[in-house]
Design a protein around this ligand. Structure first.
Ligand SMILES: Cc1cc2nc3c(=O)[nH]c(=O)nc-3n(C[C@H](O)[C@H](O)[C@H](O)COP(=O)(O)OP(=O)(O)OC[C@H]3O[C@@H](n4cnc5c(N)ncnc54)[C@H](O)[C@@H]3O)c2cc1C
Ligand code: FES
Length: 399
């Protein structure tokens, strides 16, 4: 399965002479192509992966890494391979309500071929699922997860060869996977990681990052500490500003910027990035959690009521729920105990794709992934949409 990486972009073209030679030397029998293709598609994109927790690693008071292995008894014998930067959606049930959350895989793609994924999860104050995971995920517990998903991975046809990666707190997880993939020779780009943490003691994966930097000269790590009193050699103090990015960016050469971290970090760093006038295609964001407080956005309309009513059609049933306009449609429905099928919960994957029958919604610019056909047929993503008026919607049934 590792060879699949070779299918990426231009590498595909280099495979053509080899394929030609194989065709010419093949026997005249018809191979069972459809069986092989179906088996490969299932191995790469399983509907659900049954996993088991093999190890829990404490990373300070509010962060843990979970090593997950296939649960053969439940039918998963092999983990789906992934490109560094992808996430798994985990499925849990809390008080009878199905819930999902996305977590980036922090381990190397190579590890998945050896039967191991690692998720690193930070406890969020007031958070529903991270709290549940902290209290319930112990060694031996079964965990249900999706296939690896997402678009936050290096694409050699689009991204520059040099990448400035900007991480905040637990937003380090996809970059740790990418750095491992570079060191393993599975990815080919130079990574300069500007990693924002509060202080030196707080830095997640400090030793692992230092090891990777030593092991591979394509990886450089700079810790940016916002609340450190001591002077620590090789670190920067304060926030990740345009000036700091320029200091570490290559001179007279193209570079991409990848960002992953909390909403507040994006709001600050995006304004700094505007000063650098980079081409739009060179700036990539990972959505790293649900969007909150839409009214803080500059383009949020005036005069929106605090509460709205949502009438929901699902198969042959109709429900009505009331909720706050500060919550996304998915959050309102879930608070009303109506389950919606979700994966990314940030507008990107299209899994919650639904119909807007009447009413108005607000979609923050960063979460706008709808296509032209969606506008034409009044389709929307409830996870990234905030109601502005009473709504009537039709949602798919939770599977
Ligand atoms: C692609 C992707 C990858 C991710 N990878 C990781 C990862 O590797 N590690 C990781 O730790 N997390 C990751 N996340 C975040 C993760 O999916 C969850 O969002 C996170 O664990 C919080 O979930 P929760 O259920 O605990 O919190 P929630 O219950 O969803 O609440 C989150 C926070 O928002 C607050 N909140 C809730 N409602 C409101 C409101 N109306 N207004 C303001 N604040 C509100 C809560 O109090 C809480 O502080 C990732 C997210 C995405 C989309
Ligand atoms: S869950 Fe991914 S778009 Fe809504």
């Amino acid at each position: 399965m590792a060879n699949l990486k070779k299918l990426k972009g231009l590498k595909f073209i280099k495979m053509l002479p080899d394929r030609q030679a194989r065709f010419e030397s093949a026997k005249a029998e018809v191979p069972s192509f459809s069986d092989n293709a179906t088996a490969l598609a299932r191995a790469l994109h399983p509907k659900c992966q049954h996993l088991k927790i093999a190890q829990v690693i404490e990373r300070g008071e509010d962060c843990k890494s979970f090593v997950l292995v296939p649960d053969a008894e439940k039918g998963t014998t092999q983990l789906a391979y992934f490109g560094a930067g992808k996430y798994l959606t985990v499925f849990e049930e809390i008080e009878g309500m199905p819930v999902t959350r996305a977590y980036s895989i922090s381990s190397s793609p190579k590890d998945s071929l050896e039967g191991r994924y690692v998720l690193t999860i930070k406890l969020v104050e007031g958070g529903l699922v991270s709290r549940f995971i902290f209290d319930n995920w112990t060694v031996g517990r079964a965990v249900k997860a999706s296939a690896p998903a997402g678009n936050f991975e290096y694409q050699e046809l689009r991204d520059a060869k040099k990448v400035i990666c900007i991480a905040g707190g637990s937003g380090i997880t996809p970059f740790l996977s990418m750095a491992n993939a570079i060191a393993d020779g599975d990815e080919d780009f130079s990574m300069t990681l500007l990693y924002g943490s509060r202080n030196y003691e707080n830095i997640l994966f400090r030793d692992e990052l230092a090891e990777l930097e030593k092991k591979c000269d394509k990886i450089k790590v700079i810790h940016v500490l916002s609340a450190e009193d001591k002077e620590i050699e090789g670190t920067e103090k304060g926030f990740i500003t345009a000036e700091l990015i320029k200091k570490y960016a290559p001179e007279n050469e193209e570079y991409s910027v990848f960002l992953c971290g909390p909403q507040q970090m994006y709001e600050f760093v995006d304004k700094e990035l505007e000063k650098l006038n980079l081409p739009k295609k060179f700036i990539r964001h990972e959505m790293f959690g649900e969007f909150h407080n839409p009214a803080s956005q500059e383009d949020y309309p005036q005069g929106v009521p605090e509460k709205v009513k949502i009438t929901v059609k699902c198969q042959d049933e109709t429900f009505t729920v009331e909720g706050s306009t500060g919550d996304s449609v998915v959050q309102i429905l879930e608070k009303g105990k109506i389950a919606v099928p979700t994966r990314c919960r940030s507008g990107e994957c299209g899994f919650c794709h639904s119909h807007l029958l009447s009413g108005k919604i607000y979609v923050p610019e960063k979460l706008e992934f709808r296509r032209l056909a969606d506008y034409k047929f009044d389709c929307f993503h409830p996870c990234s949409s905030f109601p502005l008026t009473d709504l009537e919607i039709e949602i798919p049934a939770a599977k």
